[in-house]
Design a protein around this ligand. Structure first.
Ligand code: PHE
Length: 496
């Protein structure tokens, strides 16, 4: 039955009878029962037009469970046990009864004994009475046809045996409203241009505004989990007085990505296996000339107390353009710029994408995000770096750090940072850090007393742990499930 048909039915019934006591008795024109939920929709729109008013009637009925219905069909388990046992002294053995009735034999036996319908003779079960009345079946039958039973104890017992269950049913009583009429006038939803022009708006019947209606959830603007974690981290950095570095240059020269960082030109990481080099344009040529000369010198013959690497440094190698392999390329550019001004201590950070030509698997992608932090001041020590790491990670909810000596061409000393992961039950690497080498800082023009501590960590690993993802491809790339992006919760580090 459609909403319109139901509305006509309600209105004509009200017209002839004055009121509808209970819509439960209401029958549609085809004689079928009316779905009360569909009826509610029909009533609500009549209420909006003030044509009717209604009250809700709540009623409870008892409904049989599947097992209850089966008993109405085939008799109770105890009655079936009684019927299975032949009259007379011979009786039936328990295994034979089990064969006949299966699982029901066990449940039925107990009840049949309790009712004193059967008894034991030797190993066999025999009938103890001539005939029985299957009261359970009779009671269930009453409930099945009326939805009720006069004896609350019976209901309680049957409910305990999971043979019947309480259901709420909702129906309505309906009366005429102030604007009752047999015809439903169409209501205008909006004032239109035509209505204004014709003056029709003056007598139009407008649909009432529903201030309780929920808005349509916006379909756009969901933040990716990585971006949520990035935002959380940015707030930690800002809170600790850091400035964000501009990371909008995905394409860098080898000079800023490697050479400025005292990374020798033969370093395996510069090899095409790890770095995506750019074909067109293949080179960049704009470098600060003096600085470039100093970098060349420190690599080839040394300086600033260092012997250098002692190899023939080539500008062609430094000019090669690439997709930056780490955001430390940005740090080197920023520190060079810092050295060109009067010194003041700085704290820099960035969180952005880097690229590595790696075999893609469940935990590696060719592009990922790095979190980078740099602090420059006079007289900083390794103790400052360790102390700072502890504060920084604690704000992410990570305590218990361990530091392991490591190697980076641009830091000395260098330390990998580990944290104990409760879920995995082992120590996992969560960052790399160190103090930038004089061979990197002094050619930039920084005062030898200035120390720079720095560290880097991946963004994907904490995100995967936080959002319970096992495969990095579920987080990033073309296989990402958009529903996951829409529905994932906000990120809060103390919950990791
Ligand atoms: N650039 C390093 C990496 O890619 C991280 C790092 C940054 C290490 C700064 C030391 C200092 O792993």
């Amino acid at each position: 039955t459609t909403t319109e048909e139901l509305q006509t039915l309600v209105l004509t019934t009200l017209d002839s009878k004055g009121s509808i006591e209970n819509t439960k008795e209401f029958k549609a024109s085809d004689g079928k029962e009316v779905d009360q939920l569909v009826l509610l929709g029909a009533l609500k729109s009549l209420v909006d037009k003030e044509m009717v008013e209604y009250d809700t009637i709540e009623d409870e009925i008892w409904v049989l469970t599947d097992e209850g219905n089966e008993i109405v069909d085939k008799g109770s388990h105890e009655a079936n046990v009684f019927e299975a046992i032949p009259a007379g002294d011979e009786g039936l053995s328990i295994p034979e009864l089990q064969k006949l009735l299966g699982n029901a034999a066990k449940i039925g036996q107990g009840k049949a004994f309790k009712n004193k319908w059967i008894t034991k003779k030797g190993d066999n079960l025999i009938r103890a009475v001539n005939s029985i009345i299957d009261q359970t079946r009779i009671d269930l039958d009453i409930i099945c046809s009326t939805g009720k039973h006069s004896d609350p104890n019976v209901i309680a017992d049957l409910k305990r045996r999971r043979l019947c269950d309480k259901h709420k049913i909702i129906s309505y009583s309906v009366t005429k409203g102030p604007k009752f009429s047999l015809t439903i006038e169409k209501q205008a939803r909006d004032i239109t241009f035509e209505m204004l022009q014709s003056g029709e708006w003056k007598k139009a019947n407008f649909k009432k505004y529903n201030f309780d209606a929920l808005g349509i959830p916006p379909s756009g603007g969901h933040l990716h989990p990585l971006m949520k974690i990035r935002e959380e981290l940015r707030q930690i950095f800002f809170e600790m007085g850091f400035e964000e570095m501009p990371t909008n240059r995905f394409v860098e020269s080898s000079f800023w990505n490697f050479d400025a960082l005292f990374q020798p030109q033969q370093h395996p990481a510069r090899d095409a296996h790890d770095t995506f080099f750019i074909k067109d344009p293949a080179v960049g040529t704009q470098f600060p000339t003096d600085y470039l000369e100093r970098v060349k010198k420190v690599h080839s013959v040394g300086g600033y107390g260092s012997t250098g690497y002692g190899y023939d440094w080539k500008i062609e190698e430094a000019q090669k353009l690439l997709l930056r392999t780490h955001t430390t390329a940005v740090s080197s550019f920023m520190l060079y710029n810092l050295a060109q001004k009067e010194f003041k201590p700085v704290k820099y950070f960035s969180i952005d994408r880097v690229f590595r030509n790696e075999t893609v698997d469940a935990t590696h992608l060719a592009e990922f995000h790095q979190v980078e932090g740099v602090i420059a001041d006079k007289g900083l020590t390794l103790g400052d770096l360790i102390g700072f790491m502890e504060t920084f990670y604690e704000k992410m909810g990570i305590k218990n750090l361990r530091f392991k000596p490591a190697y980076n061409p641009y830091t000395e000393p260098s330390m990998e940072i580990f944290s104990y992961h409760e879920g995995l039950g082992k120590w996992v690497e969560i960052g790399n850090s160190g103090m930038f080498r004089p061979e990197m800082l002094e050619p930039m023009g920084l005062d030898p007393e200035i120390r720079v501590i720095a560290w880097g960590l991946g963004l994907e690993r904490p995100a995967m742990i936080k959002y319970g993802l096992e495969n990095i491809r579920e987080l990033l790339g073309h296989k990402v499930n958009l529903t996951m992006i829409e529905n994932n919760p906000i990120c809060a580090f103390d919950l990791i």
